[in-house]
Write a protein that binds this ligand. Structure first.
Ligand code: ZN
Length: 54
């Protein structure tokens, strides 16, 4: 399907705990593969988004 390209958009997030960078898709659950934390800062543009899931 032609929507596949849109779904492959990836976003960068930085883990609040260990500062590890994670690249996830818009529909993927955000979780640090290093420490398992779910609090991430969105690195796109200048906005900072915090996901409080821990
Ligand atoms: Zn982490």
């Amino acid at each position: 399907m032609r929507d596949e390209q849109d779904q492959r958009k990836m976003y960068k997030y930085q883990c609040k705990d260990c500062k590890k960078l994670e690249v996830v898709g818009p529909k993927d659950p955000i979780r640090c593969s290093s420490c398992g934390c779910r609090i991430f800062y969105k690195l796109q543009k200048d906005e900072t988004t915090q996901y409080d899931g821990c």
